[in-house]
Design a protein around this ligand. Structure first.
Ligand code: HEM
Length: 219
């Protein structure tokens, strides 16, 4: 399946097919190193596979865990919901969907997501070599407890909160990922992100029931 993607694009380019917009695939086909070498098919496929994994699995995984934590802690879900509903009440009737400005007002939700990222990592390994011995110690009090309030007026010191890595290989999708998790939409119209008004007919309060296997994976 992956091989067909660069093959198809190369065929189109050979036929002078004009794209509306150049995209990542054009860059992967054209990019050259300092000796003029281009990526071969296998390398392009490896990169595509990596993008599929990091760009999709990652935010999906964190969205799932944010949902699980909120389901398990009704008080935080209520607080997140109240804040989202407040944003909705201020929304002009004519507005369709969520704006970036609304997203930026979701301070409580970003604490919930940060707290999820603090507790859960989907990256099983980040390959780095420690040049000197380091001592790894707990930075937070009661570290295993899910508690978004620990983010109240709190900015972590550099190197103590690294869900997206650090340095030159810092995750380039970090801001997009936060936005994606916040905009996750459930059947009620969005507990995480406010995307539409809840239906008046619905009397379901928390529609976050998850299948049993997910609950068994809880750390
Ligand atoms: C909650 C979601 C995400 C988390 C927790 C996450 C976390 C990470 C981490 C820990 C790394 C390794 C950084 C390092 O080596 O120091 C990484 C790399 C990367 N991430 Fe993400 N990521 C997320 C979402 C995304 C998304 C949505 C995209 C793209 C749309 C993306 C694209 C990448 C890429 C391309 C790299 C490789 C960067 C490099 O090696 O230079 N990630 N991510």
């Amino acid at each position: 399946m992956l091989r067909s993607i660069p093959d198809e694009r190369i065929r189109q380019r050979d036929k002078n097919f004009s794209h509306k917009r150049r995209d990542m695939m054009d860059t992967l086909i054209e990019v050259e190193d300092e000796n003029g070498h281009r990526l071969d098919d296998q390398e392009i496929m490896d990169l595509l596979l990596m993008y599929f994994n990091v760009g999709h699995e990652s935010s999906g995984h964190i969205t799932m865990w944010t949902t699980i934590f909120l389901q398990e802690h009704a008080e935080f879900l209520e607080k997140a919901r109240a804040k989202q509903e407040e944003i909705l009440r201020r929304r002009p009737q004519s507005q369709q969907g969520m704006t970036l400005n609304e997203y930026r007002q979701m301070h409580y939700l970003s604490k919930v997501i940060n707290e999820t990222l603090r507790l859960i990592t989907f990256s099983l390994a980040v390959f780095r070599e420690a040049k000197t011995d380091v001592t790894i110690s707990e930075y937070h009090s009661n570290p295993k407890k899910f508690d978004p309030s620990r983010w109240d007026n709190f900015t972590p010191k550099t190197g103590t909160f690294m869900p997206f890595g650090l340095g030159s290989h810092l995750c380039p999708g970090n801001e997009l990922a936060m936005l994606e998790v916040a905009m996750y939409r459930n059947r009620m119209g969005g507990v995480l992100g406010v995307t539409r008004r809840p239906s008046k007919q619905s009397n379901v309060k928390h529609d976050l029931t998850l299948p049993v296997p997910m609950r068994l994976m809880h750390p």
